[in-house]
Design a protein around this ligand. Structure first.
Ligand SMILES: NC(=O)C1=CN([C@@H]2O[C@H](COP(=O)(O)OP(=O)(O)OC[C@H]3O[C@@H](n4cnc5c(N)ncnc54)[C@H](O)[C@@H]3O)[C@@H](O)[C@H]2O)C=CC1
Ligand SMILES: O=C(OP(=O)(O)O)[C@H](O)COP(=O)(O)O
Length: 350
């Protein structure tokens, strides 16, 4: 069992820890947090050894009654791979520490691509991370876009992507974020950082993105126009995307009209924290006219990068190749949602 340490146990870190714990070939050897808040309580309840992310916070944990396994230096020494899910910018500060300890490390979307050997999306470029010591899992929005571009590029070629990203203002627990009553072009400058970020995965792709922020916390929403290299039918496109394990084509018969119902659907399915690891594409929106694809997809920012972190661990350590890794990850987490009620498996009531 590969020993994985999680440095930074917030929105992303706690989900990565649970996903690693669910895999048959890896185990969580500890998690590091900066504050002794409810998240620390959750880690202890799940049985993860708890470390203080910062030396100057050790007393704060002790005073709050937590028994620490050590500081993040101890966690790094204990780990065969570290997933760094600290706030943006801190991963960059931590990378030299992982390198000095000789421990391969994964950082998250806010860190710069220049700091790592490769940016990563399992569907698109798993092989680039094989044997690497420092890898960056791209942000939630970039993950969602990369998962779409990969099959389109393979099957039809992509001439140009134009994406408008309606971004959630903050995660549900980020009480200080906004806007509260506004719609912000964010960033105002065009293109937004998302297009160049997708180019860290697809260097040759022609893509322009525009971003907005809205008073919502549940998910992001993408409005997409993609010029293809050939002219498939809308039905063919729908079938292609339906065949992707990390794309959920939302069928018409579910009557899901927005992100609120999507998250409720996930909770009804018994998904942990109501997570949706898949891109959620409205089947009815998939429209091809004169080689141009139009569609809407929602992205659950808190969870779509989680399976990607698990696959990055396998790529870096050689635990499995792409197909095998994605299959194991999907199976362990229960990824893959049927498009329609007819194809849903019959399950006993929870
Ligand atoms: N929340 C989101 O929607 C997404 C976030 N990301 C990326 O994931 C990374 C982490 O983001 P979140 O999980 O949202 O942040 P968060 O603020 O929810 O969690 C950060 C965690 O790091 C801990 N921490 C603080 N200082 C630390 C230090 N010096 N060393 C280690 N840990 C420290 C905090 O105690 C907290 O547990 C960022 O790069 C972000 O861009 C990527 C995709 C989506
Ligand atoms: O990386 C993200 O979004 P982004 O791709 O829109 O920058 C995550 O949703 C977190 O970003 P944020 O917390 O700065 O909004």
């Amino acid at each position: 069992m590969l020993k994985v340490g999680i440095n930074g146990y917030g929105t992303i870190g706690k989900r990565v820890a649970d996903a690693v714990a669910a895999q048959p070939d890896m185990t969580v050897c500890g998690v590091a947090k900066a504050s002794p808040d409810f998240g620390a309580d959750g880690a202890v309840r799940r049985g993860y050894p708890l470390y203080s992310a910062r030396d100057d916070r050790v007393n704060a944990f002790r005073e709050a009654g937590y028994e620490l396994a050590g500081t993040s230096d101890d966690l790094i020494a204990e780990s065969e791979v570290v997933v760094d899910a600290a706030p943006g910018g801190i991963g960059a500060e931590n990378l030299p520490r992982y390198e000095a300890a000789g421990v391969p490390a994964i950082v998250q979307g806010k860190e710069s691509d220049d700091l790592v050997e490769t940016s990563f999306n399992a569907r698109a470029n798993f092989e680039d991370a094989e044997g690497a010591d420092a890898v960056r899992v791209v942000s939630c929005n970039t993950t969602g876009l990369s998962r779409l571009v990969a099959p389109l590029e393979e099957n039809y070629g992509v001439e140009k992507v134009r994406a408008t990203l309606v971004r959630r203002g903050g995660d549900p627990d980020q009480t200080g974020r906004g806007p509260i009553n506004d719609i912000l072009p964010d960033p105002i400058a065009v293109p937004s950082h998302h297009g160049p970020d997708v180019n860290t995965i697809f260097p040759e792709l022609s893509i322009d993105t525009m971003g907005l922020k809205v008073p919502a916390t549940l998910m992001h929403m993408h409005s997409l126009n993609i010029e293809l290299g050939s002219d498939p039918s809308s039905e063919e496109l729908r079938e292609l995307l339906g065949g992707e394990s990390r794309v959920f084509v939302v069928g018409d018969d579910f009557s899901i009209d927005g992100t609120g119902k999507l998250r409720e659907f996930a909770r009804d399915r018994g998904r942990p924290r109501g997570d949706l690891w898949e891109n959620c594409v409205w089947g009815e929106s998939i429209t091809v006219k004169d080689s141009e694809l139009y569609m809407f997809q929602a992205i659950h920012q808190e969870s779509d990068v989680i399976p990607e972190n698990v696959d990055a661990i396998r790529a870096m350590t050689g635990l499995a190749d792409k197909e095998e890794s994605m299959r194991i990850t999907d199976e362990a987490l229960g990824i893959g949602l049927p498009e329609s009620r007819e194809s849903s498996a019959v399950v006993s009531p929870v």
